[in-house]
Ligand binder design. Structure first.
Ligand SMILES: Cc1cc2nc3c(=O)[nH]c(=O)nc-3n(C[C@H](O)[C@H](O)[C@H](O)COP(=O)(O)O)c2cc1C
Length: 396
């Protein structure tokens, strides 16, 4: 999107799209890119809220300059110090050397350590307010959502919540910027992929942050990534509440690891049986092919997980091992699990998954199914049973 965009008469979107970066944080595939959102409030004092990744500095500065048209920036509010938002601070300071940087104590530690900046600081604490004319900013500390210094800035006159990374997600803003202009199904999925992989580990802190916002009227949610919510801001707040309480939808994700197709065959069989039991949301995903972030996204969404692994060198198929490790890292809760797999001689895949389920405190819906090399008639019967139990468990 070229140029700046009005959110209200005095509040503007000056963010940028990144379609160049392959991996966010050098880990998460950006198939559909990402936006770095930044905002300006024009008033007696002009305020810039967050900046953008430094690779996009030229486009960003052009937007800021053309909007301000020679006026200065009085304050730069830093809600989050991760470099995809703080990366342009040095350049902004070169252009607007007199501005005051608004942040909390932790923000300023990061600011000095990252960029050597320690002057012109305006420190705020939870609940502090800053009067900039017609608008007033109130600062809400939201530590560990998902860094220690994270905070939100609430503009009390127009009721705009500048929320930092909370409520944000992947996906560039391709023309549509507001929730009423875009395909929400796509963005909600990408917001959940961001949430489940990056923020979800800190769900308890998200809940704390949401409690602080209870009773606060929010007419706009302006996050640092993804769409601006003006039509239905409570929708994204409610979704976040749900995800951070580990609330799930009825459905089952079957993730399998298979070298020669025998374990995959069992996954297909299970899925058909689940369908016959009336489950509509069924996803079969190949752990070797689909990126972890997409697997975790679907797992976070649906109540039922069925993991299937062939045995490899007495244990789990390595890509399944990686998924299991990462899933544990996210701290996911409130799911039910089913297990199946194959082996050739001594086994090890299924028993490793069973130990994993116990460690994860994920109840097994039924007996695991372990086939020797390929599923025989007896194994299929057991898979049928597993599907029935899973269908029952996710409907509860
Ligand atoms: C490289 C390799 C290592 C294996 N290691 C074991 C093992 O340690 N123990 C075992 O019981 N089976 C082992 N197997 C046998 C597989 O688990 C078995 O062939 C299974 O049917 C493979 O399932 P798939 O067709 O879904 O790939 C191994 C197979 C391969 C190719």
């Amino acid at each position: 999107m070229n140029g700046f965009l009005n959110i209200t008469d005095d509040v503007f979107y000056v963010g940028v799209n990144d379609r160049d970066t392959h991996l966010f944080e050098n880990m998460w595939p950006l198939d559909k890119g990402v936006s770095y959102n930044s905002y300006i409030i024009r008033d007696e004092k002009n305020v810039l809220v967050d900046t953008v990744k430094v690779t996009k500095i030229r486009e960003f500065l052009e937007k800021v300059r053309s909007l301000l048209d020679g006026q200065k920036i009085d304050y730069l509010v830093i809600n989050h110090m991760e470099p995809d938002h703080s990366g342009s601070i040095t350049e902004i300071l070169e252009e607007y050397p007199d501005l005051k940087i608004v942040g909390n104590k932790k923000t300023f530690e990061f600011l000095e350590n990252f960029y050597g900046v320690k002057d012109n600081l305006y420190e705020v604490k939870d609940g502090d307010e800053l009067d900039i004319g017609n608008h007033k900013l109130k600062f809400v500390m939201t530590p560990m959502v998902h860094w220690p210094e994270t905070m939100m800035t609430y503009e009390t006159t127009e009721k705009i919540l500048f929320s930092g990374d909370a409520f944000g997600g992947f996906g560039t803003l391709d023309g549509g910027v507001f929730d009423d202009e875009v395909n929400l199904e796509f963005y909600e999925s990408e917001i959940r992929r961001y949430y489940s992989n990056i923020v979800g580990k800190y769900s308890m802190m998200v809940q704390r942050a949401l409690k602080k916002l209870e009773g606060v009227e929010v007419k706009y949610v302006c996050a640092t990534h993804g769409p601006v919510w003006r039509d239905n801001p409570s929708r994204i707040i409610d979704i976040y509440d749900k995800w951070s309480r580990y609330e799930t939808e009825e459905g089952v994700v079957i993730i399998y690891g298979s070298m020669y197709g025998n374990t995959e065959h069992m996954a297909d069989y299970l899925a058909r049986k689940l369908s016959e039991e009336g489950i509509k949301n069924i996803k079969i995903m190949n752990v070797s092919k689909v990126h972890l972030s997409h697997l975790i996204n679907e797992i976070w969404r649906f109540k039922g997980i069925i993991l299937g692994s062939c045995t490899y060198n007495t244990g789990l198929f390595p890509p399944m091992e990686e998924l299991a490790h990462w899933l544990e890292h996210t701290g996911i809760k409130n799911h039910v699990m089913g297990i199946f797999g194959t082996y050739g001689w001594s086994g090890g895949g299924v028993s490793t998954l069973e130990k994993y389920a116990e460690k994860m405190k994920m109840p097994l819906v039924g007996e695991s199914v372990e086939a020797k090399l390929s599923a025989n008639r007896e194994d299929l019967k057991k898979l049928n049973e597993l599907a029935k139990n899973m269908a029952k468990a996710v409907k509860e």
